[in-house]
Design a binder for this molecule. Structure first.
Ligand SMILES: [Zn+2]
Length: 158
């Protein structure tokens, strides 16, 4: 992304090593919820009229000066949580592949579940159905009994 800025403005030509040095700060922007398009805009809008003397210096300045406050995108960690666990408790969970049926799909687990919300709901319904709607039992009357019954009915009618 950083290397492509030169297409926007020739002054923003970066060397690969310079871009790599800035990538870490740029990644922090994305981590804070800024889209790549917004980041590009933040870096390329309102360029100095008399040109940029040092692309890397200019971009580093913009990246650090305009870095949005973290609080704007993530609510502050709950007070009272253990100091050691705060980081892991507030970090978004990794995406996990759902073990449910159908096409492979991923979800973000809240605990250590292996099914996504949709599949868990489906499973719950299936379990519910198994429990409360057992398969209809085979009719206990044999065809011979049935014939006898019909014969009896006919005898009554006639
Ligand atoms: Zn699923």
């Amino acid at each position: 992304m950083l290397l492509s800025l030169r297409h926007h403005n020739r002054d923003l030509l970066l060397g690969v090593r310079e871009a790599r040095g800035l990538a870490e700060v740029a990644g922090e922007w994305l981590r804070r919820g800024v889209s790549a398009a917004d980041l590009r805009h933040a870096l390329t809008a309102h360029l100095p009229r008399n040109g940029v003397r040092s692309a890397v210096g200019f971009l580093r300045h913009r990246l650090t000066e305009k870095l949005p406050a973290e609080e704007a995108f993530h609510p502050p960690a709950r007070a009272g949580a253990g100091a050691g666990t705060t980081a892991t408790a507030t970090a978004p969970a990794e995406l996990v592949t759902c073990e449910g049926p159908g096409n492979t799909h991923v979800f973000r687990p809240t605990a250590d579940e292996t099914l996504c919300g949709t599949c868990r709901t489906n499973e719950a319904w299936k379990a519910h159905a198994r429990r409360y709607d057992p398969r209809p039992e085979k009719p206990s009357v044999t065809w011979r009994q049935r014939v006898d019954e019909i014969a009896r009915d006919e005898a009554v009618v006639t």
